[in-house]
Design a protein around this ligand. Sequence first.
Ligand SMILES: [Ca+2]
Ligand SMILES: [Ca+2]
Ligand SMILES: [Ca+2]
Length: 559
Amino acid sequence: MFTKKNGFILTIIAVMLFTLTPSALAQEETETPRNLAAELSYQYSAAPNESYPDSGNELTDGVYEPLEYVNPGWQGHLRGITREVVFDLQDFKSINAIKAHFMQDSNAGIFYPVTVSMYVSDDGQNWGTLAHRNTQIPLWEPGPATEQFYIWDAAADGLPHPNKNASSAYARYVKITFTTQTWTFLDEIEIWGMDGKAKHAVRIKPEEPAYLEPGKDTNGIRDLVLLYNGWYPNGEGIWTKDKIIPYISYVDQQGEPTDWFYDGVLYLGLLTPGGERNFGSTALFEDWQWYLDTTFGADGDMKHLNDATAEVGQKLGDPKHRTKVVLMIPNPDTATTDFGDVDGDGISENFNPDQVGAEAALHNRQKAVSWYMDQVKQRWSAAGYSNLELSGMYWLAESAWLGEQFDEPLIRYTSDLVHSNHKQKFFWIPHFYANGSFAKEQLGFDAVALQPNHFFNETEATRLEDAAGLARQYGIGVEFETDERMNTDQEMRKRFIEYLNGGVDYGYMTRAFKAYYQGNTSLLDSSRSSDPIVRSNYDFMYQFVKGTYVKQTVPDPVE
Ligand SMILES: [Ca+2]
Ligand SMILES: [Ca+2]
Ligand SMILES: [Ca+2]
């Protein structure tokens, strides 16, 4: 990485010295990196907000502003679609570093972009990715204003090119994109490099942004519905055959299957028995054992899913049909200090790096995951389900800081375990502001679907478009989101319809791998409803999964 601001100031001074003595050093000048963006104009996908405008090339004037957002040299972008800034360097140049400077001031509603992406292009139309960069400082962190550079540096980070000696990207255009959350403030972007073609400068192959399509990476799953089989006070987590049938098959008003429906089912749980702990954080060894028992027991969820598939298969004249199953891996959280004795050596495993050191904590967490995966394997093969296929495992934690000191090594370790069974893939559904949502390959995930989080929050109308755009940018799928309120609340039904319509408008209905969060039983409820409006929610969803849904007018809630 660059040595941040100071290193740059030194380099700027060096460049200035060269410029002051033109004749003698003209030859060297072409070989000394300089800020190619200095004083350049640039194109925005959307101008800054009128309250915090760009007074003219603020991003390339070389001035870094004090960390006070009222300073006119900052510019502020308010919510909405991920922004793009495009620089035309006027000619092909050799680019070896890019840095973009942002500030965060939580008290003023100014937050860092979750992700800044950097691209180069020959023609300003087709773009090759140089890097995606996550914030290194959490969003929403209280306290005084802070600043952050998002940096790509060829020397430290390398280039996405097969030539290992590649030292810079040879291109004419540079694009920087940044995500927004409330206000986003930036004041400077630098593009470092040299005029002309430097030694080992390479062209970066453009990529067509595209969703992750159903196929090899998803084990053939197109539409993966989430069923929560953890503990609920009202027994909602128990998935009997009759409750499952309206998910794996489309049922008529009488509850009779007439077609297959979701081709994949993800089982996952949140609460532990009695609601005492959570599988995302505090669950203990005994809870993990309970979850396996409830999933694989003689009268457990897998047995019911198998029975449901067999019954539907008989009715549809397709008795060999198999439902594809994905199972969660609970999160072995680092806050857990007394998990339980996984390996029987009399010592309870401690996942906390502050207490046992980073290496031992990672080792203990690996031990728990490894044990769990072994159990799944054994219990699955012992049961011999006639109509199920174990297609993969699901990582429950919804965000991942990248880096060896965070969960990255544990996720990669788990990925290797999943892939040691060649028939399985590794699934993940990061939330909208998650770290690492672009880092599918780096983390070892195969099938990733981004949560738009539009259903639950009163987000801007553009959120679905933005999530769809980011999913294409990162080459991942999309999560559909709804819950029981779609059947009872007009405003929530409107949002449900927006997700359906977005699938047509942004192409994720037919082209993307999708996961479906539907609360606990929203689709089951709508399938059984005698209210034609409520029942139509189920029918629309079925049409959406089949790719035949036609956009509906979004009904306005009654005031
Ligand atoms: Ca500036
Ligand atoms: Ca300004
Ligand atoms: Ca032990």
